[in-house]
Design a protein around this ligand. Structure first.
Ligand code: MG
Length: 377
C-alpha cells in the first residue's frame, strides 16, 4: 500500500447572515480538506484549521515528501515533513497544513486495519462524550442581546448541558451579555466565555472579577496567545479558570505554555496543533502536568470526527466513578460543511455525542455535497 496522490479541497460558502467575534467578521465560511489517495484505492480525509488558500498551497508543497510512502508510517512521515519545513515552520500554517495530512493518514490506517482510529491509538475510554454548544457571536445588523437570548434558549431546549458565548466587544457590554446568558440558561447549564483575545490583561482581570458570582466554567483566550506572562497574571488575579491553546502549535509551542502554567484548561485543535499524532503527545504532556484538556473544534464534519477520536482516548483525569468529561466543542453557528458533506453526520442527543465506530475516522464523504462548495481541488 502506497500513497499515490494528495489533493487539498478548498470549500467556500458565502453566509446570508454575517457574525462577529472580537476581531473577525464572518461573511464566508472557508474550509480546507485534505484527501490522501492510495494506489489500492483507499482514501483518507483530513482537515486544516485556518486560512484555506495557504493551507492548500502548503499541503501541495508537502505532498512530494509523502507520495510513494506507506501511509501507515505515520510517525516517520510526520517527522519528515516537520524536519523539511522546520526552518521556516514550527508553528503557524506549516503546522495546520501538516495536521490535515496527518489526520488523513490515521483515517487510512484505520481503514486498512478495519478498525476505528481510536483503537489504533490505544483504545477508547468511552463510547460517547458530552458536547457543549459554541455560539453567541455578535450578529451583524441585529441586536446582540436579543439574538443571544433567543439562541441560548434554543441550545437549552435542544438538551445541551453546557454553552459557550463570545465576548471581547468591551467589558461593560460583555458583562451585561454574560448576565443575560446566565439568566436564560438558569443555574444548572455550564456557561463559558470566549474573548477571542479581544482584551488586554487589565480588561480581562476586570471582567473576570465582575463576573465572579456567575459560576463561569472557563474564560477562554482573554488576551493574544503570544503573551504567556499575561495569561499567568490573569489566572492569578481573577477567579475564573483560564483556557487557551487553539492557536498554539506543536509539542514545543505547547510545552512552553504548559511549563509556565499559562492556562487551567488546554485547548489544542487537532486540525491545527499538528494532527492526531502531535495532539496525542500534547495531551500526555498536559496530563503529566495536571492540566485539563478540552480540545478546540472548529470546521467541518471531518474536524468533528477527528476530534471525537482524540476525545475517546483522553485518559480519565482524575480517576473516579463519575467521570467529569471530556467535553466536545460543538459549534452551532451556520456551517453547511458540518453535516452536509458527510453521509453520516455527527449529531448530539440530550447533550451527548457518540464516538464514531467505523473504520478510520468512521465518516464517509458525500461527494456531491462536497462538489457544491468546492472552489479548488
Ligand atoms: Mg476560542
Amino acid at each position: 500500500m502506497r500513497i499515490a496522490e494528495i489533493r487539498p479541497h478548498v470549500l467556500r460558502h458565502d453566509l446570508e447572515r454575517h457574525f462577529q467575534s472580537a476581531f473577525s467578521t464572518f461573511a464566508t465560511r472557508w474550509a480546507c480538506l485534505v484527501e490522501v489517495i492510495c494506489d489500492d484505492g483507499t482514501v483518507g480525509w483530513g482537515e486544516c484549521l485556518g486560512p484555506s488558500a495557504p493551507n492548500a498551497a502548503l499541503v501541495r508543497a508537502m505532498a512530494p515528501l509523502v507520495i510513494g510512502r506507506d501511509p501507515r508510517e505515520i510517525e516517520p512521515i510526520w517527522t519528515e515533513i516537520y524536519n523539511q519545513f522546520r526552518d521556516q515552520g514550527q508553528r503557524g500554517a506549516t503546522m495546520t497544513a501538516q495536521s490535515g495530512i496527518d489526520i488523513a493518514l490515521w483515517d487510512i490506517a484505520g481503514k486498512a486495519a478495519g478498525a476505528p482510529a481510536h483503537r489504533l491509538l490505544g483504545g477508547a475510554y468511552r463510547a460517547q462524550v458530552p458536547a457543549y454548544a459554541t455560539g453567541g457571536f455578535r450578529p451583524v445588523g441585529r441586536d446582540r442581546d436579543e439574538a443571544l437570548a433567543e439562541e441560548l434558549a434554543g441550545y437549552r431546549d435542544a438538551g445541551f448541558t453546557a454553552c459557550k458565548i463570545k465576548i471581547g466587544y468591551g467589558v461593560d457590554v460583555d458583562e451585561a451579555s454574560i448576565r443575560l446568558a446566565r439568566d436564560v440558561l438558569g443555574p444548572d447549564i455550564a456557561l463559558m466565555i470566549d474573548a477571542n483575545h479581544g482584551y488586554d490583561a487589565i480588561e480581562a482581570i476586570e471582567l473576570g472579577r465582575r463576573c465572579a458570582d456567575l459560576r463561569l466554567a472557563w474564560f477562554e483566550e482573554p488576551v493574544v496567545p503570544e503573551l504567556l506572562d499575561a495569561y499567568v497574571e490573569i489566572r492569578a488575579r481573577q477567579p475564573i479558570p483560564v483556557a487557551g491553546g487553539e492557536t498554539w502549535h506543536g509539542r514545543t509551542g505547547f510545552a512552553e505554555a504548559i511549563a509556565r502554567r499559562a492556562v487551567d484548561i488546554l485547548q489544542p485543535d487537532v486540525c491545527g496543533c499538528g494532527g492526531i499524532t502531535e495532539m496525542r503527545k500534547i495531551a500526555w504532556m498536559a496530563e503529566t502536568a495536571g492540566i485539563r484538556v478540552t480540545p478546540h473544534v472548529w470546521g467541518t464534519g471531518v474536524a468533528l470526527a477527528a476530534s471525537l477520536h482524540m476525545l475517546a482516548i483522553l485518559p480519565p483525569t482524575p480517576p473516579r466513578h463519575a467521570e467529569r468529561g471530556p467535553l466536545l466543542e460543538f459549534d452551532q453557528t451556520y456551517n453547511p460543511y458540518r453535516a452536509e458533506i458527510l453521509v453520516n453526520p455527527v449529531a448530539q442527543s440530550g447533550g451527548m455525542v457518540a464516538i464514531p465506530q467505523g473504520p478510520g475516522l468512521g465518516v464517509e464523504i458525500n461527494r456531491a455535497a462536497l462538489a457544491r462548495y468546492t472552489v479548488e481541488g
